[in-house]
Structure formats: C-alpha cells, structure tokens
Design a protein around this ligand. Structure first.
Ligand code: DGY
Length: 324
C-alpha cells in the first residue's frame, strides 16, 4: 500500500502540515475563506482522510469521497458530522477535546463580566464622547461575585468555568447535566439541580451542552419565561441549542436582562439580525477557542488523529458514536 492521501481543508500552522507530510501525501486549502464545495469535493475524491474545522460532513460529502476512512475535525463540537451517514460507510470521525477547555472558559468569563458590567456598551459610550458627568445609575450593572451561576451541560469546559466561578468569584454554582458529577460536586462545592429549578434560580445561565437531536432548541420561550427578569443568558455552545427567535423575544420583552453570545443559529450572523441592535447583548464571532496557542494545539491534535486514522489505528479522539 502506498502512502495515505489526505486533504487539509483548513489553514494549519506549518509544523502541523510538516507532521502530516511525514506520514501522508497531502493537498491543502490555504486561503482564509472557507473552501468552496466544488473545490472541496474535487480534492477529496481520491483522499483517505480529511482535516477540517466544522465543514458539514453529510451524505453528499461522503459520496464525493469514495476512499474516505477518517474525518478529523479541528474543533471539539462535531455537530457538523452526519453520524448516520458516516457510520453507514464505516468512516471514523475525530474531534479535539481538552486542549481548549481553559481558553473557552476564559472567554465565557469575558462574556459574563462584559454582560453584567456592560463593558462593551460602556466602551462605546466613552468612545462616542458621551461621558460628560460622573456615572449615574443609568450606567450601573449587576454584580458577578456572590451571584448564582447555573451551568447547563457540565462537560470538561463546564468544569473549568465552575472552578473559576467558585474559587475566583465566590459564586454559587449549580449545574444540570445528563449525568451527575459527584466528584466535581465535592471538589468544587457545586450543586446538581434539576433543569427547571436551575432556570428559575440562576442569575447567570450558561449553556454549554453539545448540539444534537436532544438539545436542538433546548432553550425556547417556555424556558426564557422561567428565568428571572434580572438574569443574563450566556451561550458558548452552538447557536441552535437556543431558539434565537425566542431569545430575541425574551430580550425585547425584558423577560431577561441581557445576553452574552459567542454562537448563533446562522454563522456568520446576518447583519440585520436584531441581536446586533440590542445594547444589552454582547456579541462575539465564535471565538471560544481562538487564541494562537490553543488553535495550534487543536490543529496538531487533529493532525495526530488524522494520521492515526488513515494508518488504520484507532485515533485517540475518535468520537464514540462512530467506533464499534
Ligand atoms: C469548538 O471547538 O467546537 C469550538 O466551538 C470552536 O471555538
């Protein structure tokens, strides 16, 4: 058998490319914009492996790549995988867990602080020349310390957010998850809550659950109606875990105080999305893991998964749904 053939569909650092080149013949996409469908499907037609970051891997993709054995996602979320289609062709899928946990948790705290203390809104206020007198209560925010943070989805990122909240900000942390995490409860002094109680009690509601059939629009009008009118909603998971129309309606009707968002139902967000018109919403362009160091580590991990997969080994981060 000759060397495996792979396609690198996202820009990666040079050392990552070099590592792949030691084990495989490769072609790459190296422009900043996302590779177009025609180019992608043409390139993957003779490839055994593809490295990508969030590009949809659906039936059409799989049909375009008859020799495909492994798709390595350089992200932790893998809602871009059509798991049934991949399973039916025995294609392995991999992701990049753990290396990004602290980086995403830092950004989540940025969203919490920015929304609570209106940091981005006030930055604009100052730069627009509106600061003419000492701040009165129209500029006041809400406290983060000593408030209650409710985390929906206590995975690895949720855990490091909880640590920051508990140890750094003296927050009460409650969480809802499919499985209770007794060790983490004990280690950090956080409490398990049922879903509805969490919505009713939390000052900050952080949504961190992966997107799948069960979590699609997990937060909808009914859930916003249960939240405190003083609560702030934070989403750094995937946009479609929330019904964005219901979120907009909740903000417009003051059912919640504000929101801090890194993800949207459609990305990049459309310029006429009403969320962009609201002062009490902090909007980031899906930057959770976006630091130089972490993105490099994710790309290298994705490359290691890719190489192992095309060489016929089980990659360390094979997604569980796709391994027998
Ligand atoms: C991931 O890796 O899934 C993150 O959302 C990227 O920032």
């Amino acid at each position: 058998m000759g060397r495996p053939k792979v396609y690198i569909a996202n820009k990666v650092p040079y050392e990552v490319e070099e590592y792949i080149g030691k084990h495989c013949d490769y072609e790459k996409w190296d422009k900043d914009e996302e590779v177009g469908k025609d180019e992608l499907f043409n390139k993957i037609s003779d490839k055994n492996g593809v490295l990508l970051a969030g590009i949809k891997v659906d039936e059409e993709f799989i049909d375009a790549a008859p020799k495909l054995k492994v798709v390595s996602n350089a992200t932790v979320g893998y809602n871009n995988f059509n798991l049934d289609a991949m399973k039916s062709r025995n294609i392995i899928g991999t992701n990049t867990p753990n290396v990004l946990n602290n980086t995403v948790a830092d950004l989540i705290f940025g969203l919490i602080l920015a929304s609570a203390r209106r940091i981005t809104e006030m930055d604009k206020y100052v730069k627009d020349g509106n600061w003419k007198a000492p701040a009165d209560n129209s500029l006041f925010g809400v406290d983060v310390h000593n408030s209650t943070l409710g985390i929906i989805g206590m995975g690895r990122i949720g855990e490091v957010v909880a640590k920051r909240a508990k140890l750094g900000f003296d927050m009460d942390v409650i969480y809802y998850n499919r499985n209770r995490k007794l060790e983490i409860e004990e280690e950090l002094g956080i409490e398990y809550s049922d879903f509805e109680d969490l919505l009713k009690k939390s000052d900050f509601i952080l949504l961190m659950t992966p997107l799948n059939n069960e979590t699609y629009h997990l937060i909808d009008s009914k859930e916003f109606n249960m939240m405190k009118t003083t609560s702030i909603f934070i989403n750094a998971s995937r946009g479609s875990t929330v019904n964005e129309k219901a979120l907009i309606e909740a903000l417009q009707n003051k059912k919640i105080l504000g929101a801090g968002l890194d993800v949207y139902e459609s990305e990049p967000i459309e310029i006429d999305n009403l969320l962009l018109k609201m002062d009490n919403v902090v909007t980031l362009p899906h930057l959770g893991s976006a630091t130089e160091r972490t993105r490099s580590q994710m790309a290298m991990l994705a490359a290691e998964n890719l190489v192992k997969g095309v060489l016929g080994e089980v990659p360390p981060n094979a997604v569980p749904e796709l391994i027998k």
